[in-house]
Design a protein. Structure first.
Length: 128
């Protein structure tokens, strides 16, 4: 197993486009950053924190609890961060947050599981 430590961090930076809005994603009817897209960006930050995984391993999201606290407009830059707070074998728990122009727009907890890439694909029916 690879060494993952409490305090390891990952980041992701994205600019909100029309395609990222609630109205375009079908998660609401406002032209503001959609929560599902924000969650994907938070997950990307967590994946970035695990950048040292060997090629045969990957991580999959198994849980997320996020409070989306403020809107972000089209054109806004959203910085997402993930910090490892618990390592329990293959289960990794992150504290995540998103900032828009320095303002907290979301925070919460995200959990990922380290898995063997090939075995996972086989179980999913994608590899013989």
């Amino acid at each position: 197993m690879v060494s993952i430590s409490t305090g390891d961090r990952g980041t992701n930076v994205a600019r909100v486009s029309e395609a990222d809005t609630a109205v375009r994603m079908g998660s609401g009817d406002l032209p503001l950053l959609a929560t599902p897209r924000l969650i994907a960006w938070l997950e990307a930050a967590a994946v970035a924190a695990l950048h040292g995984l060997p090629k045969e391993l990957t991580s999959v999201g198994i849980g997320i609890s996020v409070d989306h606290r403020a809107p972000s407009l089209v054109g806004s830059r959203v910085d997402t961060e993930a910090e490892v707070r618990v390592v329990d074998g293959r289960r990794i728990e992150f504290e995540v947050r998103a900032l828009d122009a320095g303002q907290l727009v979301a925070d919460g907890i995200h959990t990922r599981m380290i898995v063997d890439r090939q075995r996972f694909l086989t179980r999913a029916g994608l590899e013989p």
